[in-house]
Design a protein around this ligand. Structure first.
Ligand code: NAG
Ligand code: NAG
Length: 910
């Protein structure tokens, strides 16, 4: 008895101890009530804004107006500018009146809007005369209407008169003007031991935005929470924190929280079953807090608005209003419109979408060699081996610990011989060590961010006392770019790529583990104004460094932890320091999907979970799910046990190997999707409703997702699962990826699951290209033949695309690529060229051919197929759905059609 009690006490002690060590340190971070601008904004009542629009006119092709306080005509006005862009994009800017000489210019985030965007502006020439409002045409079917008193902006679908989006419909708009400090102003803000001097006083902006005909809103990453954003205020809402956008290094983040993590994208989109999607983006890099308001939140208000709308409330600590409205109407339209402003994702190198092996840390060259050779021994492909901070000499980036890594070039070239690459870490904190050339140079040139008194900001990070390059400044960015040249980065070779961590920036002894808000950047910009974009500029400078190092020939690869709107142009991001538990496995899907919805298509979560030790079953499930993340990397904290794929017994090694093999087989499909994202902004992995926009059953599905438009993946998020409920949308059937078994669409299936895989289905009516021969790395598979998997629908038809280029250079931008569409109908498969046939100055030559064609759902009985123009006959036979899998079921197969992917041909089944 006593023994039992003691044991219990001991266990309790351990668990509370673990809890305090292993849990999120809530008190280190501010909540809304501890953040004066948020608390103030949230306490205002609807209808409290008295701004009216006056002096409305057209000037320089834009609509301009003054916003003045009705009850205080002598108050300083704000200047409103509305411009209309192609594809129905509306841009709204509201700033102080510069002619009244405010104490300084407010920060408008540079280098996020792409340079081509201004050229898409349509020149407005005419206002519809009306004393109550002014309107301009946005597109053939939409107008933007500025109501004068009180000021309100809304977008209307003209044929129906329905609203799409609006701003300030609840008159919550507020804009605090910068002020000069006088003797008795006390603007200082204190949080824990830190004081923020706030030299210009409170300068926040807040307003309401409404989305009409909306069932849900999505977006505003990054946080570990559901895909559809739950209301944060109003009747029946229990947790009351708004969604926070403030880039922070959040140690051991929770798996279900509105708290903002490492990156911020102030872009929200709505979706509804009747009229589709619309979007709103506020280009502002200051701390932002956003409320999603539950229906009835404004019960006392007298304002009459259509129901079926979702009201939101946006608050930012500083900056200007620079907002973009997107009218959709489909979710893919909204992505196209958003990426017309912030850029489509860059095209990654092929190797970087394959499997990455990472750990903090691979100890030394011997360890690297061992890990590398184990992959070969076990026939597990992988493409990239990563080195974390311990590879450096005393956490000085661009250096090597020469005891552990005496021959970095040889190490890299050994990997490169197998078509593999290496990634090393380069963080923004520079060690304040007078013997470190980078520090000497940066301090002499005045390239560091300054503290509020104008000295180099000095904070604590991995190397100890550190300073941070001010990459907001283009001159400092180009200095940073040169650090990546082979002569400056000694020990680097062309197969070395880069990882930017801690770029929120993380400052261990700073307020909320980051830089003080009154730190100063280039041009007198306060850190509070650009905080959320600091990591973005650093990421940009690093990617441009790799670009310049390769003389602009190779596509860079840079992984970043911090992100902002536009980061998709510079590389991949991962969801930071997650934990090895089932909840983190589950939340990785809404996190990755939300990033994709906000333009950041190339993302993934650490496979296995960064903190803690996964049970083998969890690790296997994580590989099975991670194989479908756009960015597929295993990573682990240095206090965890080693967990390379072969350390959990033969059976688990086999299962992990199979998960990785599936990814390698599907690389041609993934690469085609990356190119689609690169040209349209539509993400590689998508929520089901992006493909089935009117199917309400998909709107809040957080567990399943689409890879492109052809594959549906259902994760398994529980231990020892024997069954899974899987909803398969649409009217067409779905084919199990492993077995070829067919399932009806439009219903929820209760499926048996085994340890062998998670449920994945190919949609009927689609064609997917695979590569089924496995080698050491994706690079070595470049010339391998293809397998086409044709999944027929009820009309015995299917379609699919394949995009191929050299996988590494920019020649595809000059037309050096192969892009085919495969169409199967009436028993005939046709390959059609989608690339510009002539006029392009480059070609991508490829001899690659198609070695197998699998027909799923084809009526039995066909014996052979006729290939034209070669006029050859080949046999149709039963062959395995997966060649490398021992017990793969047999399916109808056209073997050795041996047609070239680059050419036009038809194959008729007879
Ligand atoms: C695609 O990616 C490349 C960089 O890899 C970029 O230069 C280009 O602008 C992107 N977008 C399009 C539409 O090609
Ligand atoms: C079958 O697939 C083809 C090609 O994707 C498509 O055009 C057709 O509409 C589909 N048929 C049905 C009944 O959905």
């Amino acid at each position: 008895m006593r023994k039992e009690t003691l044991r219990l006490i001991f266990l309790l002690l351990i668990s509370t101890h673990l809890h305090s060590v292993l849990s999120w340190k809530k008190e280190e971070f501010r909540n809304c009530d501890q953040t004066p601008f948020c608390k103030r904004a949230r306490s205002r009542a609807p209808g409290s804004s008295t701004l009216t629009a006056t002096d409305v006119s057209i000037s320089d092709g834009d609509l301009t107006a003054k916003l003045t306080h009705k009850d205080d005509p002598h108050s300083k006005p704000l200047i409103l500018t509305l411009s209309v862009h192609q594809d129905g994009i509306l841009r709204l800017i509201i700033d102080e009146d510069h002619s009244l000489s405010p104490p300084k210019k407010r920060f408008q985030v540079p280098d996020v809007v792409v340079s081509q965007f201004p050229a898409t502006k349509l020149h407005l020439s005419r206002l519809t005369p009306d004393p109550l409002s002014s309107s301009v045409y946005l597109s053939d079917s939409h107008s933007a209407v500025l109501r004068h008193d009180p000021f309100e902006l809304f977008i209307r679908h003209d044929p129906s008169g329905h609203r799409v989006l609006s701003l300030n419909s609840h008159a919550l708009f507020d804009f605090e003007l910068l002020r000069e400090k006088s003797e008795d102003d006390d603007w200082e803000e204190r949080f824990r031991s830190h004081t923020d001097r706030r030299p210009y006083g409170p300068q926040s902006i807040s307003f309401d935005v409404s989305f009409y005909s909306a069932d849900f809103v999505y977006g505003i990453p990054e946080r570990a929470s559901s895909l559809a954003l739950k209301p944060t205020r109003g009747p029946n809402v229990d947790h009351s924190e708004p969604y926070r956008l403030f880039n922070l290094d959040v140690f051991e983040y929770l798996h279900d929280s509105p708290f903002g993590l490492y990156g911020s994208i102030p872009f929200m989109l709505s979706h509804g079953s009747t009229r589709g999607s619309s979007g709103f983006f506020w280009l502002n890099a200051a701390e932002m807090q956003i409320d999603v308001l539950a229906p009835g939140w404004d019960a006392d208000s007298s304002i009459a608005l259509p129901s079926h709308r979702i009201d939101t409330f946006w608050m930012a600590e500083a900056g200007v209003v620079d907002a973009f409205f997107f009218i959709g109407p489909s979710p893919k339209d909204v992505l196209r419109q958003y990426t017309a402003v912030t850029g489509t994702p860059s095209m990654p190198q092929l190797f970087s979408i394959a499997y990455h092996q990472c750990r903090w840390n691979y100890r030394d060259e011997e360890d690297v060699d061992h890990v590398d050779s184990m992959f070969d021994e076990l026939d597990i492909p992988y493409d990239v081996l990563w080195l974390d901070i311990e590879h450096t000499d005393g956490k000085k980036y661009f250096t090597w610990d020469r005891t552990l890594f005496p021959h970095p070039e040889d190490m890299q070239s050994k990997l490169a011989d197998k078509g593999r690459h290496m990634v090393t870490i380069v963080d923004p904190h520079i060690k304040r060590d007078d013997n470190f050339h980078l520090h000497k140079e940066a301090s002499q040139k005045g390239y560091y961010v300054k503290d509020s008194s104008g000295n180099d900001f000095d904070g604590w990070c991995w190397p100890g006392s550190s300073s941070y390059p001010d990459t907001l400044n283009p001159e400092i960015r180009s200095w940073w770019v040169d650090k990546f040249s082979y002569s400056n980065y000694v020990g680097s070779t062309p197969s070395l790529y880069i990882w930017n961590d801690m770029n929120e920036p993380s400052v261990f002894n700073g307020p909320e583990v980051t830089m003080p808000r009154d730190a100063l950047h280039y041009g007198g910009v306060e850190h509070r104004e650009l905080h959320n974009a600091y990591g973005y500029y650093f990421h940009m400078a690093t990617a441009n460094g790799l670009l310049k190092r390769g003389e602009g020939k190779d596509r860079p690869f840079v992984l970043s932890r911090a992100l902002f709107a536009g980061s998709q142009r510079y590389g991949a991001i991962w969801t930071g320091d997650n934990t090895a538990d089932w909840d983190h496995l589950r939340v990785s899907i809404p996190m990755v999907l939300t990033l994709g919805l906000t333009g950041m298509s190339f993302s993934g979560a650490d496979v296995g979970g960064f903190f803690g030790n996964p049970e083998p079953e969890l690790l296997v499930r994580w590989y099975q799910l991670g194989a479908y993340y756009p960015f597929f990397r295993a990573h682990a904290h240095h206090d965890t046990k080693r967990r390379e794929p072969w350390l959990f017994g033969e059976r688990n090694t086999e299962l992990i190997k199979e998960a990785i093999h599936v990814r390698y087989a599907l690389l041609p499909y993934f690469y085609t999707l990356f190119r689609e994202a690169n040209s349209t902004g539509v993400p590689v992995v998508r929520p089901l409703w992006m493909e089935f926009p009117s199917d309400e059953a998909t709107f809040s599905n957080d567990e399943a997702f689409m890879v492109g438009s052809s594959l549906l993946v259902q994760g398994i998020y529980t231990e020892r699962a024997k069954h899974a409920s899987v909803y398969l949308p649409g009217e067409q059937s779905w084919y199990d990826l492993r077995t070829g078994a067919v399932y009806k669409g439009g219903v929820t299936h209760k499926l048996e699951v085994t340890e062998e895989s998670i449920p994945v289905f190919q949609r009927a009516g689609t064609i997917i290209a695979r590569k089924d021969r496995f080698r050491r790395s994706s690079t070595q598979m470049a010339n391998d033949p293809y397998t086409l998997v044709i999944a027929l629908n009820s009309s015995q038809s299917a379609e699919g695309e394949l995009y191929i280029d050299d996988g590494s250079s920019f020649n595809f931008l000059q037309g050096a690529y192969i892009h085919r569409r495969f169409i199967f109908s009436n028993g005939k498969l046709t390959s059609i060229n989608l690339a510009p046939a002539s006029g392009s100055n480059e070609r991508y030559p490829s001899d690659a051919f198609i070695e197998r064609i699998i027909l799923l759902g084809h009526a039995p009985g066909s014996k052979n197929a006729l290939i034209e123009p070669s006029n050859q006959k080949v046999d149709i036979e039963h062959g395995p759905l997966w060649v490398l899998r021992a017990r793969a079921p047999a399916v109808m197969t056209i073997r050795k059609p041996s047609v070239r992917v680059a050419e036009d041909w038809t194959i008729t089944v007879t």
